[in-house]
Design a protein around this ligand. Structure first.
Ligand code: SF4
Ligand SMILES: [Zn+2]
Length: 461
């Protein structure tokens, strides 16, 4: 059973203009609450994401800056679909279209006080239209409108009111319209956010260390499972502070070069290796989000082998409730269902990615550079759980490596009489496509498979 409910809101200090972990800021001000969307995980925008936001805002609105602190709330969609939180407001949406392989940004009414003093283009003025037609209630309406701007998201001016909407094929969809109050925004940095959240960070650290220590006795050795991701980076630090020295990393053979280098830099000696992916993929079908046989073969099996002679152990791991539905009820300690000799301990199960990065910043921990390159999650470079926005980055960063996987997928598509678009849009990642992906396929005339696809029987290396 879960021992604490999920946080479904983000606290924000209106005085300091910073996100908070608790209801009260260290400055004494009471926090405002921002409702979050499922699965309620929030994380800071890092280097690539910040540059991407600036690029999109600059292309459409001529705005070439964003505040130091920008947060994302990951939500569902056909691919990456992040709610952007800036200045304590739901600021907009950053999404990736897996068909046309492009990012887009849409803003909310809440973004206007920040962007109006900076905006240079991307504005549609309907003041004249209102005067001529006498129409007043326009929120949520479609009106005929010719503009020199390309179709897409726009900011709308209507006399003294401002709003947001979309231009599409000679029509303007007005989403919201209202009077905007001018505001000054403080622009605090990471250090300020840490400072104002330090009491909570210390509490989180203390509780996590206490939990790890409570499982350290002379009979059962305690180790850390280090994947190279942000969560295990934090867990490694906490375990070290608790006094745990034993660390292992499972190299799936399909790790990103950045992860391999990062693990090497941490100095971890115990590297476990499992089955060869390319050999396994001959006898299994592709690894899928709904059929992750690779986890068992590449990750779980080598640990089981290792512990066969070693005996029982307690393993500190970085799993969190907010990561996925399946981890929602993760208790502090649970027997590994795949390996009865291993008791998994999850000291950061109640942390969000926000707390994870705050801790990394506070303790100045080096972290996997992939997070600064546009990856929200770090796994194998051919992982079906990867977003298509990440696959696109993968292709830019590692064309040879990812090209090899792409060739494999294309060949699989041919053997199963599927169009290349089936692979190009990432539909291969499911055995049973979810409704949103079926819809995407229908919208672009991509034929869906009728029966379970055949396996590829020979090596494609
Ligand atoms: S990270 Fe992805 S590809 Fe790698 S073992 Fe896990 S599910 Fe499979
Ligand atoms: Zn404050």
């Amino acid at each position: 059973m879960r021992d604490s409910p999920l946080k479904t809101v983000l606290y924000w200090c209106p005085e300091c203009n910073i996100p908070l972990m608790g209801r009260k800021c260290a400055c004494g001000a009471k926090a405002i609450e921002i409702s979050l969307l499922k699965p309620y995980d929030i994380r800071p925008a890092l280097e690539y994401d910040r540059n991407l936001l600036i690029k999109l805002l600059s292309e459409r609105f001529g705005i070439d800056e964003i505040p130091e602190i920008v947060l994302f709330n990951k939500t569902g969609g056909t691919d990456r679909n992040d709610l952007i939180i800036i200045n304590g407001e739901r600021f907009g949406w950053l999404s990736f279209d897996p068909y046309n392989r492009k990012f887009s940004i849409e803003l909310t009414q809440g973004a206007l006080p920040y962007i109006l003093p900076k905006i240079k283009t991307g504005i549609v003025d309907i003041t004249e239209y209102i005067r001529e037609t006498g129409r007043k209630r326009l929120g949520g309406k479609n009106i005929p409108f010719n503009s020199e701007l390309n179709d897409g998201f726009v900011v709308i001016k209507a006399g003294k009111r401002w709003g947001v909407g979309n231009l599409n094929n000679g029509k303007l969809k007005i989403k919201t319209l209202g009077v905007i109050e001018e505001k000054e925004f403080k622009n605090p940095d990471q250090d300020e956010v840490i400072k104002k959240n330090k009491r909570h960070l210390k509490n989180l650290e203390r509780n996590a260390i206490r939990l790890i220590r409570s499982y350290m006795d002379e009979d059962t050795p305690v180790n850390v499972s280090f994947s190279g991701g942000k969560d295990s980076t934090v867990v490694l630090e906490l375990a070290h502070r608790a006094g745990v020295e034993d660390v292992y990393h499972v190299d799936t053979g399909m790790e990103f070069p950045e992860t391999v280098d990062f693990v090497r830099e941490t100095g971890i000696k115990k590297i476990l290796k499992g089955a060869d992916f390319w050999r396994e993929v001959r006898t299994h079908d592709l690894p899928r989000k709904d059929d992750r046989w690779c986890c068992e073969k590449l990750k779980l099996q080598p640990v089981k082998e290792w512990l066969k002679n070693k005996g029982r152990c307690v393993t500190v791991q970085g799993n969190r409730w907010y990561e996925s539905f399946s981890r929602l009820n993760l208790p502090a300690a649970s027997k590994n269902p795949y390996n009865s000799k291993q008791l998994n301990l999850s000291p950061i199960r109640n942390w969000r990615a926000f707390e994870v990065f705050l801790y990394i910043w506070w303790r100045e921990l080096p972290y996997n550079p992939l997070y600064d390159k546009g990856f929200e999650r770090v796994g194998c470079w051919n992982c079906p759980a990867m977003l298509e926005s990440e696959a696109e980055r993968n292709l830019e960063l590692h064309p040879e490596l990812f090209g090899k996987w792409q060739n494999h997928l294309k060949r699989w598509a041919r053997q199963n009489k599927l169009q290349e678009d089936y692979v190009r849009c990432g539909l291969w990642r499911w055995k049973e496509l979810p409704p949103k992906m079926k819809e995407l396929a229908r919208a672009h005339n991509i034929k869906l498979k009728e029966s379970p696809p055949k396996q590829i029987r020979r090596s494609l290396q």
